[in-house]
Design a protein around this ligand. Structure first.
Ligand code: FES
Ligand SMILES: [Fe+2]
Length: 334
């Protein structure tokens, strides 16, 4: 596990949402290490170990003063790029030791998410083309913490055979259990996966999400992954409505992960479906209910997903997961 974290450290992980930094200092645990994040006075985000260079006090318990972070223990002050600006106990004019500066990590903001790379990024942040397409509106959601290993989350995101069972409370149709033959392909420059048609229950919120139609409809979907833990799913309805669902997991430690999803839609999400309730509200509520069904199921599973071939029984519908496991194993052993 620790070895895989060494390699995964060189990839980008979504560790927070832009909204989570609005209220001040933010702490996050990623791959068994604690980090502090805050927006400094130059509007850039600083990400550093949550440990003061002086006596290792948790900086996330400190206070923000005009974009500078003051340590709660002896009041050292850290500013842009983690520079130490003040050591209150030192007489005026004494130089601040250079080692007092925090060592900042790679951090970027994209899709309303804060991405961090604790090592040296080997790849770029997963691309979602819809974000720069004007016909799409982005809908952000809060970051969630799941007691599930990230490997199990990806396996679930790539799997459609659980729809009729795990999602019977939302869109899943119990009769529709057979998964047609899956053909894996490069979906675009970034995602590897498959396209497929599913039959879904199209009532209530789902009907608002699909833009109308009968009570059971066919829906064309594509689902693809990009290593290590991101999946983009697109849903194209007969009505012309399209939705992109981007899901990403980040390991906190074995068996515990950050989960964030982001939606993009090409309809007018501010349209009211009833007084005070927009399409965006409706879709979000439904997606949150769907995601909760996955979480409830996955939290019953222990530890990492076995990665060795033959350790699990795989059937045709597990092809995408099998391919992700093959590539992931290659990545973490590289
Ligand atoms: S531990 Fe932070 S100022 Fe002393
Ligand atoms: Fe699911």
């Amino acid at each position: 596990m620790a070895d895989s974290f060494d390699v995964l450290g060189d990839y980008w992980h979504a560790v927070a949402t832009s909204a989570s930094l609005e209220s001040g200092v933010f702490s996050v645990r990623l791959m068994q290490k604690d980090y502090v994040l805050w927006r400094s006075s130059d509007a850039q985000i600083v990400a550093a170990l949550d440990s003061c260079t002086h006596r290792q006090a948790p900086l996330s318990k400190g206070t923000l003063e005009n974009g500078c972070l003051r340590c709660p223990y002896h009041g050292w002050l850290f500013g842009n790029e983690g520079h130490c600006l003040e050591v209150p106990s030192a007489s005026e004019g004494l130089p601040i030791p250079p080692k007092a500066n925090l060592s900042p990590f790679f951090v970027e903001e994209k899709y309303g998410l804060i991405w961090m790379c604790p090592g040296k990024p080997r790849t770029s942040i997963p691309e979602v083309a819809a974000d720069s397409d004007e016909s799409f509106t982005r809908i952000n959601t809060d970051m969630q913490i799941w007691n599930v290993d990230s490997t199990r989350m990806i396996d679930n995101m790539l799997d459609i055979s659980h729809f009729p069972y795990t999602h019977r409370g939302t869109f899943g149709i119990e009769q529709e259990t057979v998964v047609p033959k899956i053909k894996l392909e490069q979906l675009d420059d970034n995602y590897y996966g498959y396209g497929y048609e599913v039959k879904i229950n199209n009532v209530g919120s789902t009907k608002i999400m699909s833009g109308g139609g009968s009570d059971v409809i066919k829906l064309f979907m594509t689902t693809g992954f990009t290593l290590p833990f991101s999946v983009l799913s697109t849903m194209s309805y007969e009505t012309g409505v399209e939705q992109k669902l981007f899901m990403t997991a980040a390991p906190i430690e074995e068996g515990r992960s950050i989960y964030i999803f982001v939606l993009w839609r090409n309809d007018d999400v501010e349209t009211l479906v009833e007084p005070g309730r927009t399409i965006a509200n409706e879709v979000l509520e439904l997606e949150l209910a769907v995601v909760l069904e996955d979480q409830m199921m996955l939290e019953k599973l222990q530890g990492q997903l076995p990665l060795e071939r033959g350790e699990l029984v795989d059937v045709q519908s597990d092809k995408p997961s099998l391919e992700w496991r093959r590539r992931y194993k290659e990545l973490v052993s590289s």
